[in-house]
Write a protein that binds this ligand. Structure first.
Ligand code: PMP
Length: 421
């Protein structure tokens, strides 16, 4: 059976020397391979899994739904799981977030947000075309999402096809004053359509973390300039930063919020683009003002059923306590990693812990030889850690125990000592 795998083109697979892992089962924070090896999923399978793999209640919720209604066109139709999900989200979000547009994944949630803002200005008779984004941003792999992402190794073959974006310097290394000056300069040079940011953590751009007050200042300055703000909470949403949503760390609110990954507890792909009544209002009236966008599987009842159950679990005191505990443990992990010889910039926001290994030239990029060495070492020891170039990080699911983290820290220490040795 496995020989067929040679015909599967796996994503982000640039290595020819690494075998594909054959996972046959998931059990909580662990993946189980064909050979019976148990692997601690220390990156929540690309940051999606919240409550663990093969979670009994989540699986049961999807199973119940599959016997009721598996799929229905979402244009002009609705169904209970979608309505229940929006009801649940409206209970945990400010009333400011009034309208929910469904799509299929993180990248499509971003595409929808970008198109929504471009058409908002179009419907208002304004020509505002240029987006602002951070230099090391990552918002997805489709063309609009790539356009507002960092120009580099991921985008190089496509750079000429990407639309114009004015980049702001990275917030982790730029003081607030300089950031606001860059915003001001960009606004005076361009008719700005919107500002898109990953709040608190620039994820795939290297787990770059920045303070909430800087985010607050930037959002307020942009909105004071009449620039709508998109928060990409595809990664940081649903508890990763210690609060249910990253924007809860500040008082200001974005005009658009993008959600995916943990939205369904990591069970099924789904994206949500949430906007204000003010934005929605610009699409009402004449037919030509309508938002003519949609995907075949928009509002998948199965994904919605998973999302309803995941949100219910997230809101339980037990899960809230686990998240708080995980934040606490990761702070301990941070102190421990800071003791390691040679590592730089050990950092933590909520449940996310990251550090950077010293590297120069090609080794400082995504294709660094350090990443695969760490990955192989950790996997052999039963921990899934997938560095991004020289950046090593942990994003554990909320079911991870203290012993699981202890294992991850130990293995990480060994891997780093070996890679730098
Ligand atoms: N935005 C952010 C912040 C992400 O981290 C990602 C995926 N890593 C995306 C968007 C794209 O999501 P997807 O992979 O589901 O298209």
């Amino acid at each position: 059976m496995w020989e067929q795998d040679a015909h599967i083109w796996h994503p982000f697979s640039y290595r020819t020397d690494a075998p594909v892992q054959r996972v046959v089962r998931g059990e909580g924070a662990y993946l189980v391979t064909e050979s019976g090896q148990r692997i601690f999923d220390a990156i929540s399978s690309w940051w999606v899994t919240l409550h663990g793999h093969a979670h009994p209640q989540l699986s049961a919720a999807v199973a119940r739904q599959v016997h009721q209604l598996e799929q229905v066109i979402f244009a002009g139709f609705s169904h209970p799981p979608a309505v229940e999900l929006v009801g649940g989200l409206r209970e945990v979000l400010d009333a400011h977030f009034a309208h929910f547009f469904f799509s299929d994944n993180g990248s499509t949630a971003i595409e929808v947000a970008l198109k929504m803002l471009l058409q908002l200005h179009h419907n208002r008779g304004e020509s505002r075309q240029v987006f602002l984004a951070f230099e090391s941003a990552y918002h997805g792999d489709t063309f609009g999402a790539m356009s507002v992402s960092s120009r580099g190794i991921f985008t190089r073959p496509f750079d000429r096809q990407l639309f114009e974006v004015a980049f702001l310097p990275d917030p982790d290394t730029t003081p607030t004053g300089a950031l606001l000056e860059a915003l001001e300069a960009a606004c005076s040079r361009h008719f700005v359509a919107g500002l898109i940011v990953e709040p608190l953590i620039l994820g795939a751009g290297g787990m770059k973390m920045y303070a909430a007050d800087k985010l607050e200042a930037l959002v307020r300055a942009a909105q004071a300039r009449g620039v709508p703000v998109i928060f990409d909470e595809v990664f940081v949403g649903f508890g990763r930063t210690g609060r249910l949503f990253a924007h809860e760390h500040i008082q200001a609110r974005p005009d658009i919020l993008c959600l995916s990954k943990g939205l369904t507890g990591g069970y099924l792909p789904m994206g949500l683009t949430v906007c204000t009544e003010e934005i929605r209002a610009a699409f009402r009236g004449e037919k030509v003002r309508a938002f003519l966008h949609g995907h075949s599987f928009t509002g998948s009842p199965l994904a919605c059923a998973a999302a309803v159950e995941s949100l219910r679990l997230l809101r339980t005191p037990d899960c809230q306590a686990r998240i708080a505990q995980l934040c606490h443990w990761q702070a301990e992990g941070k102190a421990r990693m800071a003791q390691l010889a040679g590592v730089q910039n050990v950092r933590q926001t909520g449940t996310v812990l990251a550090l950077t290994l010293p590297a120069t030239g090609a080794d400082a990029t995504y294709l660094s030889s350090l990443g695969p060495r760490i990955y192989d070492y950790c996997l052999a020891q039963g921990v899934l850690i997938r560095p991004m170039g020289p950046v090593v990080y942990l994003v554990p699911p909320y079911v991870a125990t203290r012993a699981d983290l202890e294992l991850a820290w130990q293995v990480m220490e060994g891997a780093i000592a070996q890679a730098l040795g």
